[in-house]
Design a protein. Structure first.
Length: 129
């Protein structure tokens, strides 16, 4: 199914924040990770088990396949990064994060899972030739 282009509606929020970007563009934000792969980001909320901060919000980064049939090939997720008394309050707090901070968190997650010395796929291919 082909995508649908919707013009941005800048009256819906600040496109420089992750929540505003999603509202303005009516789609998830996407980033290139430090590993050269494409990621889209979703704001998720769940119970924390802490009565002082009952709801927590976190980022779920979906890593997209580079080759072959389009689809998700993996994911990364953060710990709770924002909290609130309700799910909506926690999501709003996380949604206020600037896009550059979301990108920084993505790159930290990639480093944490692959090691600081990870190499991009094209560097590995070049070395194998």
């Amino acid at each position: 199914m082909p995508g649908q282009h919707l013009p941005p509606d800048h009256d819906r929020g600040d496109a420089n924040t992750i929540g505003g970007y999603i509202a303005v563009h009516a789609r998830p934000a996407a980033f290139e990770g430090r590993d050269g792969m494409s990621y889209s980001v979703s704001l998720e909320v769940g119970p924390t088990g802490d009565p002082e901060r009952p709801q927590g919000a976190y980022f779920l980064f979906l890593r997209w396949r580079r080759m072959g049939q389009q689809g998700v090939e993996g994911h990364l997720e953060t710990d709770f990064l924002a909290h609130g008394a309700t799910a909506a309050a926690a999501r709003a707090a996380l949604g206020a994060w600037p896009l550059n901070e979301v990108k920084r968190v993505l790159d930290e997650q990639i480093s944490a899972t692959s090691g600081e010395g990870s190499r991009r796929w094209w560097d590995v291919m070049r070395e194998e030739e």
